[in-house]
Write a protein that binds this ligand. Structure first.
Ligand code: NAI
Length: 207
């Protein structure tokens, strides 16, 4: 099912609700009110109800949310109800850290392929994956990998994005510190830790 007119900010909060709901479910909690959930997450109950209302609500007034339902509904909305595969391009410092990070699995995300241009890395095993030559990006379509992660230097990032899209990739997480131009049908999310860090001094009073 495709939902329309859902703000990106709402979509960004869904994985946060999902993570907490999974923890509650693991703790054998059966039911949670929007008030309880909000206090665990530092948001308002109104925000949670509003976000979930875009998808039909699925809470019971006066009772709250059945935790199992909450997990399965949010997984379904985010299309995380099946294991989703992503390809990583650039197995350098950042790419290697991403490959080593176990936390994607809790969202049913799998980094299923890793590519690099460096012949010294190609063919070597990293965290259970054999690094492939970037020239093989075109094989992603037949492998049903439709998400990409870019961790290459910024001057290579646009070409890599173009190649990923040619190979059928529909959504890209970009770590290169630059704007990536893509067709409207493709979603790019760029993450730049330096940008966030650069904001922090503003909040630190000077002596
Ligand atoms: P790195 O130099 O350690 O790794 C880059 C890797 O990309 C190397 O293995 C290199 O062989 C490979 N590569 C270069 N051109 C390629 C191409 N055309 N196709 C395939 N592979 C290619 O660099 P590092 O530190 O891992 O950073 C990678 C990128 O991530 C940079 O753009 C950097 O600015 C960015 N970065 C972003 C952060 C963030 O918060 N968004 C944090 C750290 C790095």
């Amino acid at each position: 099912m495709r939902y329309y007119r859902v703000p990106d900010e709402t979509i960004k909060r869904l994985p946060i609700y999902l993570r907490r709901a999974i923890r509650l479910s693991e703790g054998q909690v059966k039911c949670v009110s929007s008030k309880e959930l909000a206090s665990l997450l530092g948001v308002t109950p109104w925000q949670i109800r509003k976000d979930l209302s875009y998808f039909g609500g699925f809470g019971t007034r006066g009772v709250g949310y059945n935790v199992e339902n909450l997990v399965s509904h949010i997984r379904e909305i985010l299309r995380l109800d099946v294991v989703r595969k992503a390809a990583l391009v650039g197995v350098g410092n950042l790419g290697s850290a991403i490959l080593a990070f176990p936390g994607f699995r809790s969202y049913w995300l799998e980094i299923a392929a890793a590519f690099d241009i460096d012949k010294r890395k190609v063919g070597k095993k990293r965290n259970g994956l054999v690094v492939e030559d970037v020239a093989l990006l075109g094989t992603l379509k037949e492998r049903r990998i439709d998400m990409g992660i870019i961790a290459v230097p910024d001057d290579a990032a646009q070409n890599i994005a173009d190649d990923l899209i040619k190979a059928g990739v529909k959504a890209i997480l970009n770590f290169a510190p630059r704007y990536i131009e893509v067709p409207k049908r493709v979603k790019v999310i760029t993450i730049d830790i330096a940008l966030y860090l650069a904001c922090l001094p503003y909040y630190v009073p000077s002596k």
